[in-house]
Design a protein around this ligand. Structure first.
Ligand SMILES: [Zn+2]
Length: 176
């Protein structure tokens, strides 16, 4: 009698484990899928990249600017006087950020834009470092530091996104 009881308990536990495994596998995939879809819409789930991968993939300046909130020297960046038509993307994750249509010459030494392509693709954060009150601009998808935004831009937005070239990549418009 006693051994029968133990056997019953054993099978019950085994069966529950199997049920758990089956249900876990069945549930996991749609939930994660849904989460990813909702993140795309709300932009609330940043993607993280391993530090080592980024150190490998990015130049030292790109890494310092995007990951350690650095600032490249004025007039030193690749895209300060860049005139091509296309889309500026996040150098870390490829998120589309700025269109060449909104780029203007601000003479400040960094690429300047009067608007973003999609307000959800950037996140604004209060920055009180260096004894100033500024608004930091980050990539919503990967949290990379991009630059700062000021209210002295051209009409109609009057906004100036002052962005480091090192945070950006560029894709030319294709004519296909
Ligand atoms: Zn990004």
């Amino acid at each position: 009698m006693r051994s029968n009881t133990w056997l019953l308990v054993f099978f019950l536990v085994a069966w529950m484990n199997i049920l758990h495994l089956i249900s876990a596998k069945k549930e996991e995939s749609p939930v994660i899928k849904k989460l990813k879809e909702s993140c795309k819409e709300t932009g609330t789930c940043p993607v993280t990249f391993p530090k080592e991968e980024l150190k490998d993939r990015l130049t030292p300046v790109q890494y310092r600017v995007t990951q350690e909130k650095g600032t490249e020297r004025p007039f030193s960046g690749k895209y300060v006087d860049w005139r091509h038509e296309g889309v500026y993307t996040c150098v870390v994750c490829g998120n589309k950020l700025f269109s060449s249509d909104t780029k203007f010459d601000s003479s400040c030494g960094w690429p300047s834009f009067s608007d973003v392509m999609n307000s959800k693709s950037i996140t604004l954060v209060d920055d009180t470092s260096h004894g100033e009150i500024r608004t930091e601009v980050r990539c919503t998808d990967c949290n990379a530091h991009l630059g700062h935004v000021f209210d002295d831009g051209p009409k109609p937005t009057r906004v100036r996104y002052c962005v480091n070239s090192a945070s950006l990549d560029f894709r030319k418009h294709t004519t296909v």
